[in-house]
Design a protein around this ligand. Structure first.
Ligand code: HAM
Length: 408
């Protein structure tokens, strides 16, 4: 006898049953509508990349999480953990032909061998918005504004979420002022990003490992108490633009936002639910050196990644467990003799733009109406012998239970 295979997907991977697709579509529809409304152009790429492009600097968590393998020709390949290196590669490939600034968007499935916690899977879909080739802070404002717009399209308000913004450049200046040399900053950023996820004593140890003295460590923690961004021109400008654009109520300054990826160079941001129940909803920032790191021409860039996992948990918690809404018409018939009338009726309704679920064989009324309910149809038409004779069918509204008539 064949060995029984588990019906579960591999750990951390997800199946999407139709009821899950309702949520996914709601989220993706909002992503696409906001990207379109903010003038981003869609692009896509293959899920498999060369490992060389994705391999990371030591200390970056995402580097340890990469799914990688050798193909049959011994090429070292990997599943993308994020879209940004692929985007950089695509831009570098056509850097001479492209008209900058580019505003590109995609919804990319990404794979990370993560420790499984709430909001973290080993596969997720990530909406990306990137503006390549623009120094102006308006670029940061546009990507953050579009992401807030998407959350609002999903039914959330600025009471439900806040985008925490800071600047690595600003933090770097504060560290330099305290006498911490710039070559130590990358290590400091990686350590500080762990704040809240591990005790400060362990962070202090990481900072000392990175070459900081006890006095440096003390100065670093003091910097983390900074409450004002007035000394940071980019942040002053970002808050001012957000005021004009109407999303200033979604932003808060938070020096503790560092980001775990080392390629960020300027403004960085991360969005959280206000109640602090969930992991980050989206995150991003300015990354002006990534193109040069992979061998392209120096190009400024800013962007964000917005996963589907946390936001779907948040939507279910805030908006209730069901995203389903009744839609379309269920059409059924009692005996084989009414089949052709039902088929014609379905064709007519479909031609007028209705979504029609046509019963595939004769059904007893009880069975037909119970199926119409279970597929969440808004209306139902059940064709019986009398209806065919009279040339009139009844349309039942399944929400109000009201009936109207339609000539056939
Ligand atoms: P990230 O912060 O690593 O940034 O990921 C962005 C978002 O993707 C997170 O805030 C979260 O919503 C989602 N996400 C990440 N990992 C997982 C996971 N294991 N399970 C569920 N959701 C996850 C980046 O990836 C950058 N490349 C974003 C970016 C684009 N920066 C500039 N352009």
């Amino acid at each position: 006898m064949a060995e029984k295979i588990s019906f579960e997907p591999p750990r951390g991977m997800r199946d999407f049953y139709p009821e899950d697709m309702v949520w996914r579509n709601k989220i993706f529809d909002a992503f696409r509508a906001s990207a379109e409304s903010y003038g981003f152009e869609p692009y896509d790429a293959c899920v498999v990349e060369s490992y060389e492009l994705l391999a990371r600097k030591a200390g970056e968590e995402v580097g340890e999480q990469i799914y990688h393998f050798l193909d049959k020709s011994e090429r070292h390949l990997a599943l993308r953990a994020e879209m940004t290196p692929t985007l950089a590669r695509m831009v570098a490939q056509r850097q001479k032909e492209l008209a900058f600034p580019l505003k590109w968007t995609t919804i990319a499935q990404c794979f990370r061998y993560e420790r499984m916690t709430k909001g973290r899977k080993r596969e997720h879909y990530q909406w990306n918005l990137d503006i390549i080739g623009e120094d102006s802070t308006l670029a940061e404002a546009e990507v953050i504004g579009a992401a807030c717009d998407a959350l609002k399209r999903m039914g959330l308000t600025s009471n439900d979420f806040k985008v925490h913004v800071s600047s690595r450049k600003f933090l770097g200046e504060l560290l330099a002022k305290s006498g911490i040399a710039p070559e130590k900053h990358a290590q400091v950023f990686l350590a500080l990003d762990k704040r809240g996820k591990m005790p400060d004593s362990e962070i202090a140890a990481m900072l000392r490992d990175g070459g900081l003295t006890d006095a440096d460590v003390e100065a670093t923690f003091k910097i983390m108490d900074t409450k004002s961004y007035e000394e940071c021109p980019e942040l002053v400008e970002l808050f001012a633009i957000a005021g004009e654009a109407g999303f200033a109520d979604c932003l808060v300054f938070d020096i503790a936002v560092i980001r775990g990826l080392s390629y960020y160079t300027g403004v960085v941001f991360e969005c959280f639910d206000t109640a602090g129940e969930f992991r980050a909803i989206f995150g991003g920032g300015r990354y002006d050196n990534l193109l040069t790191t992979i061998g392209g021409e120096p190009t400024s860039a800013v962007g964000l990644g917005f996963g589907d996992v946390v936001v779907s948990e948040l939507l279910k918690a805030r908006l209730g467990d069901s995203a389903k809404e009744r839609k379309g018409v269920a059409v059924g018939f009692m005996f084989p003799g009414e089949r052709d009338v039902a088929v014609k009726l379905a064709a007519m309704l479909r031609a007028s733009g209705e979504r029609v679920d046509l019963a595939l064989k004769p059904l007893k009324p009880k069975k037909f109406f119970s199926r119409a309910d279970s597929i969440e149809a808004a209306k139902a038409i059940f064709v019986g012998p009398d209806d065919v004779e009279k040339g009139v069918v009844k349309i039942k509204n399944l929400e109000t239970r009201e009936e109207s008539e339609l000539c056939i």
